[in-house]
Write a protein that binds this ligand. Structure first.
Ligand code: GDP
Ligand code: MG
Length: 295
Protein backbone atom coordinates (compact mmCIF):
# COMPACT_ATOMS: atom_id res chain seq x y z
CA UNK A 1 0.00 0.00 0.00
CA UNK A 2 2.77 2.44 0.94
CA UNK A 3 5.68 3.20 -1.33
CA UNK A 4 9.20 3.03 0.04
CA UNK A 5 9.43 5.34 3.02
CA UNK A 6 13.02 4.73 4.04
CA UNK A 7 12.39 4.37 7.77
CA UNK A 8 15.26 1.95 8.13
CA UNK A 9 17.50 5.03 8.09
CA UNK A 10 16.60 5.31 11.77
CA UNK A 11 18.92 2.33 12.36
CA UNK A 12 21.88 4.40 11.17
CA UNK A 13 20.81 7.25 13.45
CA UNK A 14 20.60 4.89 16.42
CA UNK A 15 24.02 3.51 15.57
CA UNK A 16 25.59 6.95 15.33
CA UNK A 17 23.97 7.98 18.61
CA UNK A 18 25.17 4.81 20.37
CA UNK A 19 28.68 5.36 19.02
CA UNK A 20 28.71 8.93 20.30
CA UNK A 21 27.43 8.10 23.78
CA UNK A 22 29.23 4.79 24.16
CA UNK A 23 28.19 2.01 26.51
CA UNK A 24 28.58 1.63 30.24
CA UNK A 25 28.46 -1.91 31.53
CA UNK A 26 28.93 -3.08 35.09
CA UNK A 27 29.67 -6.62 36.21
CA UNK A 28 29.98 -7.85 39.80
CA UNK A 29 31.56 -11.11 40.98
CA UNK A 30 30.23 -12.77 44.13
CA UNK A 31 31.00 -16.00 46.00
CA UNK A 32 32.96 -17.55 48.84
CA UNK A 33 36.62 -16.74 49.17
CA UNK A 34 39.20 -18.72 47.22
CA UNK A 35 36.91 -19.61 44.30
CA UNK A 36 38.80 -17.54 41.76
CA UNK A 37 36.70 -14.36 41.63
CA UNK A 38 39.60 -11.91 41.51
CA UNK A 39 41.38 -14.12 38.99
CA UNK A 40 38.24 -14.10 36.83
CA UNK A 41 38.16 -10.30 36.84
CA UNK A 42 41.64 -10.36 35.33
CA UNK A 43 40.70 -13.17 32.95
CA UNK A 44 37.83 -11.07 31.64
CA UNK A 45 40.05 -8.05 31.08
CA UNK A 46 42.87 -10.05 29.55
CA UNK A 47 40.77 -12.30 27.33
CA UNK A 48 40.78 -11.81 23.58
CA UNK A 49 38.01 -9.27 23.53
CA UNK A 50 40.36 -6.55 24.64
CA UNK A 51 43.87 -7.78 24.18
CA UNK A 52 44.76 -4.20 23.33
CA UNK A 53 43.71 -2.76 26.69
CA UNK A 54 46.46 -1.76 29.11
CA UNK A 55 46.16 -4.38 31.84
CA UNK A 56 49.74 -5.53 32.13
CA UNK A 57 50.29 -3.99 35.53
CA UNK A 58 48.42 -6.80 37.28
CA UNK A 59 50.56 -8.52 39.88
CA UNK A 60 49.91 -11.49 42.18
CA UNK A 61 46.49 -11.35 43.75
CA UNK A 62 46.09 -10.43 47.40
CA UNK A 63 42.98 -11.61 49.22
CA UNK A 64 40.13 -9.23 48.50
CA UNK A 65 39.17 -7.45 51.70
CA UNK A 66 36.68 -4.90 50.46
CA UNK A 67 34.47 -4.18 47.50
CA UNK A 68 36.58 -2.71 44.74
CA UNK A 69 35.88 -1.74 41.17
CA UNK A 70 38.19 -1.72 38.16
CA UNK A 71 37.20 0.22 35.06
CA UNK A 72 38.65 0.08 31.58
CA UNK A 73 37.48 1.92 28.53
CA UNK A 74 37.70 -0.19 25.44
CA UNK A 75 37.28 1.12 21.93
CA UNK A 76 36.67 -1.10 18.93
CA UNK A 77 35.62 0.08 15.47
CA UNK A 78 34.51 3.41 16.88
CA UNK A 79 32.35 1.86 19.63
CA UNK A 80 33.33 2.85 23.13
CA UNK A 81 32.68 0.59 26.09
CA UNK A 82 33.32 1.60 29.67
CA UNK A 83 33.48 -1.72 31.45
CA UNK A 84 33.57 -1.86 35.23
CA UNK A 85 34.03 -5.07 37.18
CA UNK A 86 33.34 -4.96 40.91
CA UNK A 87 35.22 -7.52 42.94
CA UNK A 88 33.83 -8.49 46.34
CA UNK A 89 35.42 -10.09 49.39
CA UNK A 90 34.63 -13.76 49.81
CA UNK A 91 31.96 -14.63 52.33
CA UNK A 92 31.22 -17.78 54.26
CA UNK A 93 34.44 -17.81 56.29
CA UNK A 94 32.75 -16.85 59.53
CA UNK A 95 31.26 -19.23 62.07
CA UNK A 96 28.08 -17.24 61.88
CA UNK A 97 27.34 -16.34 58.26
CA UNK A 98 24.01 -14.71 59.04
CA UNK A 99 23.52 -11.67 56.84
CA UNK A 100 26.83 -12.13 55.04
CA UNK A 101 24.91 -10.97 51.96
CA UNK A 102 24.15 -7.56 53.44
CA UNK A 103 27.24 -5.64 52.17
CA UNK A 104 26.63 -6.92 48.64
CA UNK A 105 22.90 -6.24 48.58
CA UNK A 106 23.56 -2.81 50.12
CA UNK A 107 26.05 -1.99 47.36
CA UNK A 108 23.57 -2.99 44.65
CA UNK A 109 20.78 -0.94 46.24
CA UNK A 110 23.09 2.04 46.82
CA UNK A 111 23.74 2.21 43.08
CA UNK A 112 19.97 2.22 42.37
CA UNK A 113 19.58 4.96 44.97
CA UNK A 114 22.30 7.09 43.35
CA UNK A 115 20.61 6.77 40.00
CA UNK A 116 17.21 7.58 41.50
CA UNK A 117 18.53 10.69 43.25
CA UNK A 118 19.86 11.98 39.92
CA UNK A 119 16.65 11.14 38.14
CA UNK A 120 14.34 12.98 40.53
CA UNK A 121 16.30 16.25 40.36
CA UNK A 122 14.33 19.03 38.68
CA UNK A 123 17.27 19.76 36.40
CA UNK A 124 18.43 16.33 35.48
CA UNK A 125 21.78 15.61 33.90
CA UNK A 126 21.48 14.84 30.23
CA UNK A 127 23.33 11.62 30.88
CA UNK A 128 23.08 10.03 34.32
CA UNK A 129 26.27 8.10 35.12
CA UNK A 130 25.29 4.47 35.43
CA UNK A 131 26.95 2.52 38.23
CA UNK A 132 24.10 0.03 38.59
CA UNK A 133 25.16 -3.62 38.54
CA UNK A 134 23.95 -5.09 35.25
CA UNK A 135 25.00 -8.65 36.00
CA UNK A 136 26.20 -10.51 39.03
CA UNK A 137 28.34 -13.59 38.35
CA UNK A 138 27.82 -15.99 41.25
CA UNK A 139 30.61 -18.51 41.91
CA UNK A 140 29.46 -21.94 43.07
CA UNK A 141 32.14 -24.08 44.75
CA UNK A 142 32.99 -27.21 42.70
CA UNK A 143 31.79 -29.70 45.32
CA UNK A 144 30.08 -31.94 42.77
CA UNK A 145 27.18 -32.54 45.18
CA UNK A 146 24.44 -29.92 45.36
CA UNK A 147 23.99 -26.25 46.19
CA UNK A 148 24.73 -25.58 49.83
CA UNK A 149 22.14 -23.84 52.05
CA UNK A 150 24.23 -20.68 52.26
CA UNK A 151 24.45 -20.41 48.47
CA UNK A 152 20.71 -21.04 48.17
CA UNK A 153 19.88 -18.30 50.68
CA UNK A 154 22.28 -15.85 49.04
CA UNK A 155 21.06 -16.59 45.51
CA UNK A 156 17.41 -16.20 46.55
CA UNK A 157 18.11 -12.70 47.79
CA UNK A 158 20.34 -11.68 44.88
CA UNK A 159 17.94 -12.80 42.15
CA UNK A 160 15.24 -10.52 43.51
CA UNK A 161 17.33 -7.39 42.94
CA UNK A 162 19.77 -8.05 40.10
CA UNK A 163 20.46 -10.27 37.06
CA UNK A 164 22.42 -13.30 38.24
CA UNK A 165 24.37 -15.85 36.26
CA UNK A 166 25.82 -18.71 38.32
CA UNK A 167 29.07 -20.41 37.30
CA UNK A 168 30.81 -23.56 38.55
CA UNK A 169 34.08 -22.13 39.83
CA UNK A 170 37.47 -23.83 39.41
CA UNK A 171 35.89 -26.35 37.08
CA UNK A 172 39.29 -27.92 36.35
CA UNK A 173 38.87 -29.84 39.60
CA UNK A 174 35.92 -31.81 38.16
CA UNK A 175 35.92 -34.43 35.39
CA UNK A 176 33.71 -33.76 32.36
CA UNK A 177 31.09 -36.23 33.64
CA UNK A 178 31.16 -34.65 37.09
CA UNK A 179 30.65 -31.20 35.56
CA UNK A 180 27.56 -32.37 33.66
CA UNK A 181 26.06 -34.11 36.69
CA UNK A 182 26.78 -31.11 38.93
CA UNK A 183 25.28 -28.71 36.40
CA UNK A 184 22.11 -30.79 36.23
CA UNK A 185 21.91 -30.95 40.04
CA UNK A 186 22.33 -27.18 40.37
CA UNK A 187 19.61 -26.58 37.77
CA UNK A 188 17.29 -28.79 39.85
CA UNK A 189 18.23 -26.99 43.08
CA UNK A 190 17.55 -23.61 41.48
CA UNK A 191 14.19 -24.77 40.20
CA UNK A 192 13.16 -26.37 43.50
CA UNK A 193 14.05 -23.23 45.44
CA UNK A 194 12.32 -20.79 43.09
CA UNK A 195 15.60 -19.10 42.11
CA UNK A 196 15.32 -17.44 38.70
CA UNK A 197 18.71 -16.79 37.16
CA UNK A 198 19.45 -14.92 33.92
CA UNK A 199 18.23 -15.33 31.18
CA UNK A 200 14.71 -15.72 32.57
CA UNK A 201 12.08 -17.39 30.38
CA UNK A 202 9.52 -14.70 31.16
CA UNK A 203 11.68 -12.01 29.52
CA UNK A 204 12.17 -13.80 26.17
CA UNK A 205 10.61 -11.39 23.71
CA UNK A 206 10.08 -13.68 20.71
CA UNK A 207 10.82 -17.16 19.38
CA UNK A 208 14.34 -16.16 18.27
CA UNK A 209 15.14 -15.06 21.81
CA UNK A 210 13.64 -18.24 23.16
CA UNK A 211 15.65 -20.51 20.85
CA UNK A 212 18.91 -18.73 21.68
CA UNK A 213 18.22 -18.48 25.41
CA UNK A 214 17.02 -22.09 25.72
CA UNK A 215 20.48 -23.16 24.52
CA UNK A 216 22.12 -20.92 27.12
CA UNK A 217 19.77 -22.10 29.89
CA UNK A 218 20.82 -25.70 29.20
CA UNK A 219 24.44 -24.73 29.77
CA UNK A 220 23.97 -22.69 32.95
CA UNK A 221 25.85 -22.77 35.28
CA UNK A 222 28.88 -22.53 32.97
CA UNK A 223 31.87 -24.53 34.18
CA UNK A 224 34.65 -21.94 34.17
CA UNK A 225 38.37 -21.77 34.81
CA UNK A 226 40.17 -18.49 35.44
CA UNK A 227 43.76 -17.51 34.70
CA UNK A 228 45.73 -14.31 34.47
CA UNK A 229 48.96 -15.68 32.96
CA UNK A 230 49.82 -16.23 29.34
CA UNK A 231 51.66 -19.28 28.00
CA UNK A 232 52.96 -20.38 24.62
CA UNK A 233 50.99 -23.29 23.13
CA UNK A 234 51.91 -24.40 19.60
CA UNK A 235 53.55 -21.06 18.94
CA UNK A 236 50.49 -19.11 20.14
CA UNK A 237 50.14 -17.04 23.28
CA UNK A 238 47.16 -18.28 25.31
CA UNK A 239 45.64 -17.44 28.69
CA UNK A 240 45.81 -20.50 30.85
CA UNK A 241 46.79 -22.39 33.98
CA UNK A 242 50.00 -24.36 33.83
CA UNK A 243 49.74 -27.71 35.60
CA UNK A 244 51.92 -30.78 35.85
CA UNK A 245 49.82 -32.38 33.12
CA UNK A 246 49.68 -29.52 30.68
CA UNK A 247 48.10 -26.13 30.16
CA UNK A 248 44.42 -25.54 30.78
CA UNK A 249 43.47 -22.93 28.21
CA UNK A 250 40.66 -20.74 29.47
CA UNK A 251 39.57 -19.66 25.99
CA UNK A 252 39.45 -23.20 24.63
CA UNK A 253 35.94 -24.70 24.75
CA UNK A 254 37.46 -28.18 24.91
CA UNK A 255 38.93 -27.18 28.29
CA UNK A 256 36.23 -25.03 29.92
CA UNK A 257 33.23 -22.80 29.30
CA UNK A 258 34.75 -19.41 30.04
CA UNK A 259 34.11 -18.39 26.38
CA UNK A 260 30.36 -18.91 26.92
CA UNK A 261 30.40 -16.62 29.94
CA UNK A 262 32.43 -13.95 28.16
CA UNK A 263 30.24 -14.06 25.06
CA UNK A 264 27.05 -13.80 27.11
CA UNK A 265 28.35 -10.81 29.04
CA UNK A 266 30.15 -8.88 26.35
CA UNK A 267 28.95 -10.01 22.98
CA UNK A 268 25.42 -11.36 22.86
CA UNK A 269 23.46 -10.12 25.89
CA UNK A 270 24.97 -6.83 27.05
CA UNK A 271 22.08 -4.64 25.88
CA UNK A 272 19.48 -7.08 27.19
CA UNK A 273 21.17 -7.13 30.60
CA UNK A 274 21.14 -3.33 30.67
CA UNK A 275 17.48 -3.20 29.62
CA UNK A 276 16.35 -5.71 32.26
CA UNK A 277 18.36 -3.90 34.92
CA UNK A 278 16.64 -0.64 34.02
CA UNK A 279 13.14 -1.86 33.25
CA UNK A 280 12.76 -4.56 35.89
CA UNK A 281 15.21 -4.36 38.78
CA UNK A 282 15.68 -0.61 38.95
CA UNK A 283 11.97 -0.09 38.31
CA UNK A 284 11.09 -2.35 41.28
CA UNK A 285 13.47 -0.36 43.45
CA UNK A 286 12.13 2.98 42.22
CA UNK A 287 8.47 2.06 42.79
CA UNK A 288 9.26 0.71 46.23
CA UNK A 289 11.22 3.82 47.24
CA UNK A 290 8.72 6.30 45.89
CA UNK A 291 5.82 4.49 47.59
CA UNK A 292 7.79 4.55 50.80
CA UNK A 293 8.43 8.28 50.65
CA UNK A 294 4.77 9.09 49.95
CA UNK A 295 3.41 7.32 53.01
P1 GDP B 1 38.86 -15.21 45.31
O1 GDP B 1 39.06 -15.29 46.78
O2 GDP B 1 37.54 -15.82 44.92
O3 GDP B 1 39.02 -13.82 44.76
O4 GDP B 1 39.96 -16.16 44.63
P2 GDP B 1 41.33 -15.74 43.90
O5 GDP B 1 41.07 -15.24 42.53
O6 GDP B 1 42.11 -14.88 44.82
O7 GDP B 1 42.00 -17.18 43.73
C1 GDP B 1 42.36 -18.00 44.80
C2 GDP B 1 43.36 -19.06 44.31
O8 GDP B 1 42.73 -19.94 43.39
C3 GDP B 1 44.56 -18.46 43.57
O9 GDP B 1 45.70 -19.21 43.91
C4 GDP B 1 44.22 -18.67 42.11
O10 GDP B 1 45.38 -18.79 41.29
C5 GDP B 1 43.44 -19.96 42.15
N1 GDP B 1 42.47 -20.07 41.07
C6 GDP B 1 41.73 -19.09 40.52
N2 GDP B 1 40.93 -19.56 39.55
C7 GDP B 1 41.17 -20.89 39.47
C8 GDP B 1 40.66 -21.96 38.65
O11 GDP B 1 39.79 -21.77 37.79
N3 GDP B 1 41.16 -23.20 38.86
C9 GDP B 1 42.11 -23.46 39.82
N4 GDP B 1 42.55 -24.70 39.94
N5 GDP B 1 42.59 -22.50 40.61
C10 GDP B 1 42.14 -21.22 40.45
MG1 MG C 1 39.33 -12.01 45.74
Amino acid sequence: MFGYVGIEAVLDQLKIKAMKTGFEFNIMVVGRSGLGKSTMVNTLFKSKVWKSSPVNKLGPLPQTLQLQSVTHTIEEKGVKLKLTVTDTPGFGDQINNDKCWDPILNYINDQYERYLQEEVLITRQHHIPDTRVHICVYFVPPTGHCLRPLDIEFLKRLCRVVNVVPVIARADSLTLEEREAFRWQIQEDLKNNGIFVYPQKCFDEDTNDKTLNDKIREKIPFAVVGADREHMVNGKCVLGRKTKWGIIEVENMAHCEFPLLRDLLIRSHMQDLKDITHNVHYENYRVHRLNESHL
